[in-house]
Design a protein around this ligand. Sequence first.
Ligand SMILES: [Zn+2]
Length: 556
Amino acid sequence: MDYLVYEYGCLPPLRGRAAAIEQMARRHRLWNSLVEVERDYRSQLSAVLRDETSESAVEAARGRLTALRCEIKARRRVERRRAVDAADLQAQIAQAKIELANTIAAAREGRRARIAQNKHSLQLLEAARRVAVRQAQTGSNLYWCNYDDVISAYEIARRRTLREGRDLRFQPWDGTGKVTVRYQHGLAVEGVQAADRRLQFDPVDPLAWTSPRRSERRKLARSRIRIRVGSEGRQPLWLELPVIFHRPLPGDGTVRSASVICEKVGSRERWRLLVTVARPQRAMREGPAVAVDLGWRLLPDGLRVAYWEDERGDHGQLVLAPAVLWQFSKLNDLKSIQDQHLRVALDALGAWSKTNQPPAGIDLGHVSEWRNPWRLLRLYRVWKECRVPGDDAAFLALTAWKERHDHLHEWEANLRDQVIRHRKEIYRRFVAELLRTHGRVFLEDLQIRAMARKDRPEEDNRNYSGGMRVVAAVSLLGRLIREHGDCERVSARHTTRECSWCGHAKEWDAAENIMHRCEACGRLFDQDRNAARNILRRGLMEIESSCREVAEMAAV
Ligand SMILES: [Zn+2]
């Protein structure tokens, strides 16, 4: 089965808003109590399994490696360039890595032994955790689809964070969230236009998608949906919203779940509908295989975020135009203007408080060290209620700041929303065009690459230089390609170093120059195109060898 997510814009609810927000608040409380359950469980688990000797051995080995890496960075800083001679340190780093791997392996071995010894108490812990989860679920008072959704998100997150050695996080409540309905066995797409008891769509005239007139399409695509957020007696309690069905759900699909999301953009609320549909797997798309190298690089004509090459030798790139970059920089400007205003207000309050007494209950003790506008907003709300004679100067400064802040904050939130959506639209179009003309897609395994390159100065890390990571958002681009294409991931080792024309591999400073001349074959090439070619070759090789394996097994 293929799982596809369809997204539709909604307008504010016609009815059931309060019930929906209530569910969101309860979902949020349930999540936080599950985080508490998990933290409890983990602290008891570590009391059973903890071994301080091997932990401190790993810590020490890690410390030695970090110290060596810092030394390389320091050398670069002194020489003011990236290409420094660090062969001696690189050798020591290699050695330190081996030591670290050994201590980690020993610690794992010890842990495995302790798990075997304490099997019974671990089982008890796990059973107690499950009981606690069930209690939290019952106490949540949620419509079952919603607690089901939160608990399955918790189970996924706890496994992931355990693997990555992180804690589960509490979430602050900001009045937004989502409500969900789920179907264990799916609901046929025609079903939602009938009298289902969890999800209902008002029927849409098919001309909404086929009419040659845009105005007619727009008019007919307007419909309503109802999503269940609880019960009134035995009857469903609905959240009902106007929705714009700009494209149809696939007729051969089954709905597995649907969510309505409420989010805040500045002071505005925005509502969206997401429908997850399962469909029988499509046949592989026709067309040549293509590889995409994701990464960001500032060029004279914009920010390059992807380079592709296909089996026919066609190649191209995706570049974010300077106008888009300018919008992102505008966001930073707005941010720093807000910082300046904040600074001015804090200084004024600090100076005033040296010679004046604020109203009772207001503490301006360390006001000039505040960083967060939220604190100042809270101060404004409290102070407004307890004005005293003689506080005019300070309170007026605070009010002036608040007015500017509200205005700039709103502006920034709306602009951010706009530029992020614009970028997504550019990425969507690029992906649609790429997939229209190509079959299989190969991508580097970005997660592995991110882990491999972060904070390892001894390796090539072109993507971690420059402040363009946030603007490029290549993980979004990767996700769009994976969601819509027949994607295969290819290991990311040395895709930038090897010459894809002759296979010669040698270290060079990848950040320095976009063009590189191969020492062996003399070819001058664009580094990103070279990486795409390497990904393509590797992807094709992996497929060929897995085909050969299948053929050999069939022959036996
Ligand atoms: Zn070469």
